[in-house]
Design a binder for this molecule. Structure first.
Ligand code: ADP
Length: 198
């Protein structure tokens, strides 16, 4: 790195010469430094020092984490199912947020644990109330896409004070739900960073 700092841009061949090594011996080291972001390789120009610190490179790595690599399978219910059935689904599927879809399987709303608890506080017959009465509905649903940066979605979860977001695909008719991103996925992503699994 010092050689590249002092002489860059410099070819792999020239670096090898300065170190009295063959180009082949040096290749893996250069590959690692390039992959880690400390050096950049330009074809026909050579290597140069990016000037990025470890902290900057770590931030770059975090920003490159994508929703699709951490998302879970979504659990959806139809908007006409009863609050009672939604509660049962939440227990059976072991999730904290359900996504509600219409008859065309397009996103219509979101049900959180507290939405269902609130509905249960009244004296209503839970088997008789459809979830579309109590859900948070479109267009007030915060959604994300599989190519979104995970950290941007994490920021939105904090900002909007919600636990989960549907991962959607946009169609002319509305949003298809293709995944689920929750605070648990964020915790897992955090752990994978520490284990260098990213
Ligand atoms: P809980 O209410 O169980 O703590 P949340 O914090 O996720 O769970 O939900 C808070 C409120 O925000 C609920 O009324 C819920 O319907 C709504 N909500 C949850 N997720 C979203 C979302 N992605 N977009 C808009 N509203 C949401």
């Amino acid at each position: 790195m010092q050689i590249v700092k002092d002489y860059g841009p410099i070819t792999g061949e020239s670096i090898a010469e300065k170190l009295n090594l063959t180009r082949a011996t040096l290749r893996p080291d250069l590959a690692i430094l390039t992959m880690a972001g400390y050096l950049e390789a330009r074809p026909r120009v050579g290597y140069f020092y990016t000037g990025k610190t470890g902290t900057q490179l770590f931030a770059d790595k975090i920003k490159k984490m994508k929703v699709e690599d951490y998302q879970s399978i979504p659990v959806v219910v139809n908007e006409n199912v009863s609050v009672y059935d939604a509660i049962v689904t939440m227990f059976l599927e072991d999730v904290g947020t359900l996504f509600v879809v219409d008859d065309e399987s397009l996103l219509a709303g979101v049900l959180s644990r507290k939405d269902l608890l609130r509905a249960s506080l009244g004296k209503q017959e839970l088997t008789a109330i459809p979830v579309n009465i109590i859900m948070t509905r479109m267009p007030n649903i915060a959604v994300c896409y599989k190519d979104d940066s995970l950290i941007d979605v994490a920021e939105q979860l904090i900002e909007k004070q919600i636990d989960a977001m549907p991962v959607v695909r946009k169609t002319e008719k509305g949003y298809e739900v293709i995944g689920r991103i929750t605070k648990t996925n964020m915790t897992k992503a955090f752990v994978s960073l520490a284990k260098d699994d990213v």
